[in-house]
Design a protein around this ligand. Structure first.
Ligand code: URA
Length: 195
């Protein structure tokens, strides 16, 4: 049977593939438009996300929304998810074994969405999606071709909250994202003439 978004979501919401299922309140599958051409991938849900079942709803989420708005995007024009769909306790980095258990869901989300552009938010996602040796301070903003998609990593919004001196670099990366969208995404840019 062909995979469907609804079936995948249901399966993910019942997942017991790793120990994070024992401490989660909600599975955080993703938010936004599954038909979008742009996919943003964070690392894993925090406390607010776990409570609400929605990614990027805390302070970092507000900053992410502000960053998207700077280049004419909002949650209806992108899809947002994480490498792991359940909250790692105490907001620690997801363990490799947890990431291994969860990436099948992301792989299926990508197969169903077929995004043109995938943006990693922070080091953890970049190491999974772009290169295991990815160095966020050195490699952010660089574009890579992976499986027919254009991929780039930006600083995680939480890192920008902790260290605002990185914001100018993040702004440059956002402008790079906007340029890339204009080149490869026809649907997203259809109403961008006034930007
Ligand atoms: N940080 C992430 O990486 N993902 C979220 O959903 C929230 C905060």
């Amino acid at each position: 049977m062909p995979d469907t978004w609804e079936a995948l979501k249901r399966e993910c919401e019942r997942c017991h593939e790793c120990a994070l299922c024992q401490t989660r309140r909600n599975v955080v599958f993703g938010v936004g438009n599954p038909q979008a051409e742009i996919l943003l991938v964070g690392e894993g849900p925090g406390a607010h996300e776990d409570e609400q079942g929605v990614p990027f709803v805390g302070r970092a989420g507000k900053l992410l929304d502000d960053m998207l708005a700077m280049i004419g995007l909002d949650r209806s024009k992108v899809y947002i998810t994480n490498i792991v769909k359940c909250r790692p306790p105490e907001n620690r980095d997801p363990l490799n074994v947890e990431q291994d258990a969860c990436t099948g869901y992301l792989r299926r989300q990508i197969a169903l969405m077929q995004p043109k552009i995938v943006v990693s938010l922070g080091r953890i996602a970049a190491m999974r999606l772009i290169d295991p040796k990815f160095r966020i301070t050195k490699d952010h903003g660089i574009w890579y071709d992976r499986d027919g998609m254009r991929m780039m990593a930006m600083y995680h919004p939480s890192a920008l909250l902790r260290d605002p001196s990185r914001r100018p670099e993040a702004f440059d990366d956002l402008k790079g994202l906007q340029r890339e969208i204009q080149q490869v995404c026809q649907r997203t840019t259809a109403d961008w003439r006034d930007l």
